[in-house]
Write a protein that binds this ligand. Structure first.
Ligand code: ADE
Ligand code: ZN
Length: 350
């Protein structure tokens, strides 16, 4: 393992910004800023029940996951055409590039759109056009992960998978999101088995608000390679052991957990404990337009609240590449770039 040199606290924000990183937990619909919601609402003639951008933004005060999801799905209702999906993802990639994200794995929720009559093709073609452009113009490698909405039935998920089949080559994998409690992973065992047989990678939200048993069943029943959130594993020492031994990544989203009241403050967040326990934890933004910041802001606020330094910064960035669905050689290239970046912060005696 690379020997990380400590750096002066005043240089930490610059390091957190400049170090190359992967974003593995971003719902692209959660990057829809109020300004773009209003623009698309006018263009597509879809009314939204807020006077203006400020009124919409001030409605972003949540008590829990469900209170957020209600507004999030309302916001996503302005997306109609292929260009709308392109524009949303393009705006995200510009922000991600500023935060030195060099690899991004985007979640999208097709059922939110197909139920309103938006064709699967418009969604996937729009997003993948923005992905291709980000690779060519920003040097960000990308992939798409189709998420099934767990508050809907497994039949609906199976139908969605059928609709996505003509576009299978655009997808690296599938995930599971939306309201967790009462919708355990095992509700989706058939559709995940199908996806596995198709060679798709598997991830699932588990242990965000739900119990550790949901993390066990995501691993054992669905066979996922990564757990999204997973912070409730702290309640189960046997589960922590397993996650450590199998190096199952957790894609943690600190500002999301703060805004959805999973933790009362960032100083109470358990991410530093999970890292110290030897787990492959990463820092991500979840729904940055709703939770007050993109990935750098998640790093900065978490590091300030928990008093973390260069060693932890390196570990989180390294974990983000390790946990990604990049090839081994792509990972090696990113590990090298990470070391070069950290070397550039070492202060040599004159
Ligand atoms: N969809 C968008 N953000 C989500 C989250 N934090 N948990 C579950 N589903 C989501
Ligand atoms: Zn999420």
């Amino acid at each position: 393992m690379y020997n990380v040199h400590p750096i002066a606290p005043k240089r930490l924000p610059e390091l957190l910004k400049r170090m190359p990183k992967a974003e593995l937990h971003i719902h692209i619909e959660g990057s829809l800023e109020p300004e773009l919601i209003f623009k698309l609402s006018k263009k597509n003639n879809i009314p939204i029940p807020y006077e203006n951008v400020e009124a919409l933004r001030s409605a972003y005060a949540f008590n829990n996951l469900q209170s957020f999801l209600d507004i999030y799905y309302a916001g996503a209702s302005v997306l109609i055409t292929e260009d709308d999906f392109y524009e949303m993802a393009h705006a995200y990639f510009l922000k991600a590039a500023q935060d030195h994200v060099v690899h991004a794995e985007l979640f999208f929720d097709p059922q939110t759109h197909t139920v309103r009559g938006v064709p699967m093709q418009a969604i996937i073609h729009g997003l993948s056009r923005a992905c291709k452009e980000a690779e060519q113009t920003l040097g960000i490698t990308t992939c798409l992960i189709l998420c099934f909405l767990r508050h809907l039935s497994e039949e609906d998920a199976l139908k969605t998978l059928e609709e996505a089949m003509p576009f299978k080559n655009y997808l690296v994998g599938v995930g599971l999101d939306s309201g967790e409690v009462g919708n355990p992973p095992e509700k989706f065992s058939k559709v995940f088995a199908k996806c596995k047989a198709l060679g798709l990678k598997l991830v699932a939200h588990a242990g965000e608000e739900g119990p550790p048993s949901y993390i066990w069943s995501a691993l054992d029943v669905l066979g996922v390679q990564r757990i999204d959130h997973g912070v409730q594993c702290i309640k189960d020492p046997e589960l922590i052991n397993r996650l450590r031994l199998e190096r199952t990544p957790l894609t943690v989203c600190p500002l999301s957990n703060l805004k959805l009241k999973v933790f009362p403050s960032l100083a109470d967040h358990n991410i530093a404990k999970l890292l110290a326990e030897g787990l492959c934890v990463t820092i991500n933004s979840d729904d940055p337009a709703y939770f007050g910041g993109y990935i750098y802001e998640n790093f900065l606020q978490t590091f300030e609240a928990l008093g973390l330094g260069a060693k932890e910064a390196y570990a989180f960035a390294h974990n983000s590449f390790e946990a990604s669905f990049m090839t081994t050689s792509e990972k090696e290239k990113r590990y090298h770039e990470l070391k070069v970046c950290f070397e550039s912060f070492v202060e040599h005696d004159a």
